[in-house]
Design a binder for this molecule. Sequence first.
Ligand SMILES: CC(C)(COP(=O)(O)OP(=O)(O)OC[C@H]1O[C@@H](n2cnc3c(N)ncnc32)[C@H](O)[C@@H]1OP(=O)(O)O)[C@@H](O)C(=O)NCCC(=O)NCCS
Length: 211
Amino acid sequence: MAAFTFPGAAQFAVELIEVGDQRAALFEAERALVEHAVEKRQCEFASGRVAAHRVMSRLGLEIAPVLADGRAPRWPEGHLGSIAHTNQWAMATLAARATTAGVGLDIERHDRMRAEMLHLVLTPAELEADADPAHGLVKFSAKETVYKAVNPLVGTYIGFREVEIDLRGDSFRARYVGSKSGLTVMNDGVGVIAQHAGFVATLFWLPPGLR
Ligand SMILES: CC(C)(COP(=O)(O)OP(=O)(O)OC[C@H]1O[C@@H](n2cnc3c(N)ncnc32)[C@H](O)[C@@H]1OP(=O)(O)O)[C@@H](O)C(=O)NCCC(=O)NCCS
């Protein structure tokens, strides 16, 4: 991936493509998942799927449809991955289950966070410690990434204010501060941050072997 480089995450193959009309490249079963959606959604979905197909190809896997369990993508046997898109970029990552129990990916425009939105995304303690919207945006992305990695494993909805993000340069850690059971698994995960051309992307993974 030329534009975004995730430090210390070489075990994850990541593909980035510009969002466009990639609908012709979809498998029929994938197309059926968005047949009733508006064109913009179909194009973003298709671009994410094409990025996922490219990762499969890069890893030497047979390119197969990426269907869905609810909204979460369903990956080839023995693998786990994640998809993210904005109206400009689509990204996908994939790794062997031997490498991770869960992986998430997210991408956001730098200017997406406004100061008055911070209280929806940050816990009171996070807000008290750092109310910089630029840091808030990175934490927003990190939390979505954590959700994509953890939700398929635990099957539980996780609110933004149930998680705190500790930013450490170009990496981050997550801490579950809510009251639901089974969610402290995220405390063992590792997150990394990549910035490029007005966008921030985050990648988060759990160590292998968790259930
Ligand atoms: C699921 C969610 C994180 C997706 O984020 P988004 O900004 O809407 O969209 P993105 O482009 O970043 O990602 C969309 C992709 O996420 C993936 N996704 C959706 N739900 C998912 C889930 N439960 N688990 C894993 N991946 C999921 C899908 O691949 C989707 O793309 P597709 O529908 O084209 O396949 C968001 O909609 C959401 O529900 N957030 C609330 C929960 C949360 O983030 N909590 C934070 C604290 S942990």
